[in-house]
Write a protein that binds this ligand. Structure first.
Ligand code: AMP
Length: 508
């Protein structure tokens, strides 16, 4: 199927040609005609599926064909949970709308509000915003929703995870009832269904695939080890497997900084991205990584949703996440748009419960490979049905020799590796069949092999939290820090309200 067959106009098609998009992805095939027809949408699609173009392309087309904006007005509002995602979605709108006479902007907290107010003055066709800053703009009378045609809620599950429920209530009350609403979420928990029930009218339902799409295209394996050995193990793997650029996930902001320091002390170029950093600093770190000026980018989960880095082959879970679904988002940073990708988790004894939750959610048992010299003193119990891990390892060994993988040359032609005097990666663990989930064997040296999946665990329903700290994730609690400003937090705590006087929606 072509984009033309979906009814997209010539200027958009020519942009897609320039971008090299040859065929619509499954979510695009379903979403584009529905949005063009003016329908509401409830889409279970996670990042990496092409969902952004799935809503941006038909929205841009409708906005082009139908009217112009007015002072302070916004015709399409895209709400996202994090600043990084806001930037990414905004960039997508700019890129997809490159040939169209439309104005778009992005607004999030942590940066001065005045430039955002200035941009709004003449009106916008598309505004991508985080909820807290949008409420501030509303309070200041800087924005009018009188002309709003379409609302998109992107990564709605993340929005609730981050505690934006109250902010969403305030915003939804300020929006015109007559509008098109598109809701995207990686999963559909009861909370999301409740939210959808209150805002969607006869929606077209899209289920691209189960919530484990990324887990099928990304080869995964884990190394059991002790917590204290993890920094050393990471350094060892970097050298042994000749990794190029790696995105490393660490649970806490402090942990991120400690690891970056350790890496830098060992002469490895690394930068960090987490919620304590200012937005310009985060963007700078991301740009340096994208330009291959640093080899390692160490991040907390808050960064995971918004990072779109082309051709990123390697993700390392230095710490396992707190919430199982974050694993899917983390590994979704690699293996994007059909590329090969690989995710390695360093798992210590007290992370076994979250590992089980991840395996249940993704319906797989992650291949477990001991790294000689780094075996855990504190045993990491086997997960999955009895004997599955051993059977996987045996199967992997029986299927030798490993398939060769395309060497990684990095986003900027392997500059980082070259700068570090390293060859392009050739010795990473062998990958499985990219067609999803067949295990490839480990090389005879005992090096880990890329992974596959096996049956195990039951179908996941709703949100699954790691059992390690069950009390840390009660219903509706904020389990991942970052993404929200002080005012937004205060609103949730009932200590602040959006100024009712500021929420005028009529044109002025
Ligand atoms: P998303 O799921 O929206 O985060 O998109 C994931 C990646 O896929 C982005 O880098 C897009 O540029 C890319 N992409 C989206 N649609 C297509 C397509 N039809 N063909 C090729 N790449 C695409």
């Amino acid at each position: 199927m072509t984009f033309q067959a979906l009814g997209l106009i010539a200027p958009i098609q020519s942009t897609l040609d320039t971008l090299g998009y040859k065929q619509p992805t499954p979510v695009q095939k379903q979403a584009i005609p529905a949005v063009l027809a003016g329908r509401d949408l409830m889409a279970a699609a996670q990042t990496g599926t092409g969902k952004t173009a799935g809503f941006a392309l038909p929205i841009l087309q409708r906005l082009t064909m139908d009217g112009v904006t007015g002072p302070r007005a916004v015709r399409c509002l895209v709400l996202v949970p994090t600043r990084e995602l806001a930037e990414q979605v905004y960039e997508s709108f700019r890129s997809y709308g490159g040939n169209l006479p439309l104005k778009s902007a992005v607004a999030y907290g942590g940066v001065p509000i005045e430039p955002q107010i200035t941009k709004l003055r003449k009106g916008l066709d598309v505004l991508v915003a985080t909820p807290g800053r949008l409420i501030d703009l509303l309070d200041q009378g800087a924005i009018s929703f009188a002309m709003l045609q379409t609302l998109v809620l992107d990564e709605a599950d993340r929005m609730l995870d981050l505690g934006f429920e109250r902010d969403l209530d305030i915003l939804l009350a300020a929006l015109p009832k007559q509008r098109q609403t598109l809701l995207f979420s990686a999963t559909f928990s009861d909370e999301i269904r409740k939210l959808a029930g209150g805002m969607l009218r006869d929606p077209v339902s899209i289920q691209v695939s189960a919530s484990n799409t990324a887990t099928k295209t990304v080869k995964q394996w884990l190394i059991p080890t002790d917590k204290r050995r993890k920094p050393e193990l990471l350094l060892h793997l970097l050298k042994k497997l000749k990794w190029g650029q790696v995105l490393v996930f660490v649970k806490t902001r402090k942990g991120v900084e400690t690891l970056v320091k350790t890496l830098q002390e060992q002469g490895i170029s690394a930068d960090s991205i987490h919620g304590d950093k200012t937005q310009p600093a985060r963007l700078r770190a991301l740009a340096r990584f994208k330009n291959a000026e640093v080899q390692l980018l160490v991040a907390t989960d808050v960064a995971a949703r918004g990072l779109d880095i082309e051709a990123l082959p390697q993700v390392v879970n230095f710490d396992m996440p707190t919430v199982a679904e974050d694993y899917i988002h983390r590994i979704g940073r690699t293996g994007r748009a059909g590329m090969e990708g690989e995710a390695v988790s360093l798992v210590c004894a007290d992370e076994v419960e979250i590992l089980k939750a991840i395996e249940t959610l993704t319906r797989q048992v992650i291949l477990r490979i001991e790294e000689p010299g780094f075996e855990a003193d504190h045993r990491v119990p086997e997960t999955g049905p009895k004997g599955v891990a051993a059977a996987l390892a045996k199967k992997a060994a029986a299927e030798a020799p490993a398939k060769k993988k395309r060497p990684f040359t990095g986003p900027a032609g392997g500059k980082a590796a070259a700068a570090a005097g390293k060859p392009a990666v050739t010795a990473r663990p062998a990958g499985g069949d990219a067609s999803l989930g067949t295990w490839a064997p480990p090389p005879p040296s005992g090096k880990p092999a890329g992974g596959a999946r096996s049956a195990g665990g039951k179908a996941a329903t709703g949100r699954i939290y790691g059992g390690a700290k069950p009390a840390a994730a009660p219903k509706g609690a904020v389990v991942v820090t970052g993404g929200r400003g002080a005012k937004s937090l205060a609103r949730t705590a009932g200590k602040a309200t959006a100024k009712p006087g500021g929420r005028k929606t009529g044109p002025r």
